[in-house]
Ligand binder design. Structure first.
Ligand code: NAD
Length: 333
């Protein structure tokens, strides 16, 4: 039913149902690494809940999935870690029109046209790495954004993550732990041969593999990483997102090579087209493109909501299965 045709009572009921259902989906996805539904099903219901809550804000509850960063933090038996700077999620858009609306809001808030850094949205799970005097001393998951899980021993087994940096910097950096497609295929083959349930996708496989109580198990899973964020750019002497990625490269931190700076949003098209085409051939999964304001001063001005930064947005690709179906229809008609 169209939201404007709902009675308050109907809206309340639907909001409650969606909040409960999405919470259950979130537990299966984040705690058990075993989703009950496909992501696009979750995303559609989430978008409906967001729209309903916007129209009927009196029914937004503190524990609504729209108000919380989803993530596991209590069930796995791993020690907890507090994040002094919260680890956030990302807002998402599913069309160029929605992206344009985000850019209009951004320009209005800043009062000028910012530059953007475009990055691939890596389909893995967020990680926080703490370096002291150039030594990796702690690794933690996002959890609920405020409290994550200590996965230091597990991350120590990941080849791509440097244990020592070439400079004695003290800094916390963040990025994505992911499972390359080849490792994912191999892992699922082995699991099926052993009569275990295969993982639904590389992201769930990466999360399940990282959140192991036995680090030797993580080591066997061939995880990789891309680092893309720090809340302390001053520690690294940089003022822009693209500059930060270059600085990470200098420090030997694994970064994705495919970022690009654009002067205005109308230049986003070729990048989206290029990586929609390249997506299938990449050795790791991506589920979209992240647009970030490039200048950290602009980032600070825009700030964050309780759940997402206002200075970045994820443009999500349509689900791969759906693309295949569309192509099949075009072929046969
Ligand atoms: P998200 O994964 O959509 O986006 C936020 C995350 O993107 C960040 O935390 C970060 O880890 C990651 N990221 C990857 N590349 C990045 C880059 N270059 N820069 C910055 N961040 C980058 O958000 P989320 O809150 O973690 O999860 C929501 C997603 O999980 C939705 O896609 C939803 O479909 C899915 N989900 C599915 C189910 C289900 O039942 N299928 C349940 C819950 C959530």
């Amino acid at each position: 039913i169209d939201i404007k045709d709902l009675t308050t009572e109907q809206a309340k009921k639907e909001i409650q149902t969606l909040q409960d259902r999405l919470t259950d989906y979130g537990i299966a996805y984040y705690e058990k690494d075993a989703p009950l539904v496909e992501d696009h099903v979750y995303d559609e219901q989430y978008a409906r809940l967001q729209a309903l809550e916007q129209a009927f804000p009196q029914f937004i509850s503190q524990d609504s999935p729209t108000q919380n960063v989803g993530g596991a933090q209590t069930k796995s038996g791993l020690p907890k870690v507090q994040h002094p700077v919260p680890m956030l999620s990302l807002g998402d858009v599913f069309s160029l029109e929605e992206l344009q609306e985000w850019e209009d809001r951004t320009k209005k808030a800043l009062g000028f046209q910012p530059k953007y850094n475009l990055e691939l949205k890596i389909d893995g799970l967020a990680i926080n790495l703490k370096y002291e005097q150039g030594k990796l001393v702690q690794a933690s998951t996002r959890g609920n954004g405020l409290v994550g899980e200590d996965v230091t021993a597990n991350v120590m087994t990941i080849k791509d993550v440097p244990k020592t940096l070439p400079e004695a910097v003290t800094v916390e950096v963040r990025g994505e732990i992911y499972m390359p497609k080849a490792s994912f295929a191999k892992l699922n083959e082995e699991r099926e041969a052993e009569g275990q349930e295969p993982f639904a996708n590389p992201r769930n496989a990466a999360a399940g593999s990282l959140r192991q109580l036995d680090a030797r198990e993580t080591k066997k899973r061939n995880l990789s990483a891309f680092i893309y964020y720090t809340a302390e750019p001053d520690q690294l002497g940089v003022t822009t997102q693209a500059g930060l990625l270059d600085r990470f490269r200098e420090l030997g931190l694994p970064t994705n090579p495919d970022n690009r700076v654009i002067d205005k949003m109308s230049e986003v098209g070729p990048y989206l087209e290029e990586y929609t085409a390249k997506r299938e051939g990449l050795p790791y999964g991506i589920d979209g493109v992240v647009v970030k304001v490039n200048n950290f001063d602009d980032e600070i001005d825009l700030g964050n909501t309780v759940k997402v930064p206002r200075w970045a947005i994820a443009y999500k690709f349509p689900p791969e299965e759906a693309e295949t179906v569309v192509r099949d229809i075009e072929w046969t008609v």
